[in-house]
Design a protein around this ligand. Structure first.
Ligand SMILES: [Zn+2]
Length: 270
């Protein structure tokens, strides 16, 4: 995607939105969100952590990876993902996180697994990250980062030009450095997170992925309640990049209802 001309990329992005969803997403109302907030508040206080060993966590993640991998084929075909294989790694790291990177890699960290009791919940997190791959969200994120860098450079160039800056007279190279710094900053802003619709699309994919692997969707959905409860804790780079809370739970319940009525277990294109 980086081969696009910046100008083309920029205008396409401004017109269509940088990171829209390609599938029909569940629509939710404010009243539904309020009801879900009550469910979160009413569930048992705190978040319990388990004491699984690294070996047990590794075995659990590999069981989930195999089970999801065995049934995901039709979803890969629909999204034109080839080969249909995801490299799922358990990291013995105490950060509360899981993430997708590259073309097919997924990491799930010990810090997060500590809070996930059932295999269904672990599968939900892995399936969500697979959803980011199926939705091509990582490439879209990189496009956003490239656009951010471009905007940063444009703004900086304009600022330097307005100040009478001429690179021919810049013996210290400070203008060049400022420009580079500005591009980096712009890139970071673009790369910070997935959009809300990408997150919702990843959850929608996750519901279909889990159903195909015959996981319990209601048990799996409990993970979003757990994450919502952790929302007020200070850790959680996961929560910086992933939405948690009542909205997500409402959208999940609707996705589950959609999956249960789906004749072909494939999401509907928008
Ligand atoms: Zn996500």
């Amino acid at each position: 995607m980086r081969s696009h001309l910046p100008g083309v990329l920029l205008s396409a992005c401004l017109l269509a939105g940088c990171a829209g969803a390609d599938f029909r997403l569940p629509q939710i109302t404010a009243a539904e969100v309020d009801r879900a907030a009550l469910v979160i508040d009413g569930s048992k206080p705190g978040v319990a952590s388990n004491a699984r060993s690294d070996a047990e966590n590794r075995a659990l993640v590999s069981r989930v990876a195999n089970r999801l991998g065995d049934s995901i084929g039709p979803l890969c075909r629909q999204s034109e993902i080839e080969p249909c294989w995801f490299d799922i790694t358990y990291d013995a790291d105490d950060e509360v996180n899981a993430y997708a990177e590259g073309s097919n890699r997924i990491h799930i960290l010990r810090g997060l697994l500590r809070y996930l009791d059932s295999e269904d919940e672990v599968a939900a997190v892995v399936a969500h990250e697979i959803g980011h791959h199926l939705g091509d969200h990582i490439a879209e994120k990189q496009d956003n980062a490239a656009i951010g860098a471009l905007l940063g450079a444009l703004l900086m160039g304009a600022a330097l030009g307005a100040g009478g800056y001429d690179p021919a007279y810049d013996t210290s190279n400070s203008g060049q450095q400022a420009m580079e710094q500005s591009m980096r900053l712009g890139a970071q802003i673009g790369a910070i997170s997935y959009s809300k619709s990408q997150e919702r699309e990843a959850d929608l994919f996750a519901a279909y992925i889990l159903a195909r692997a015959e996981y319990d969707l209601d048990k799996a959905g409990h993970v979003w309640v757990v994450l919502a409860k952790m929302d007020d804790k200070t850790h959680a780079s996961l929560l910086d990049t992933h939405p948690a809370g009542p909205e997500r739970i409402v959208a999940w319940d609707k996705a589950v209802a959609e999956v249960k009525n789906s004749p072909d277990l494939l999401p509907d294109p928008d």
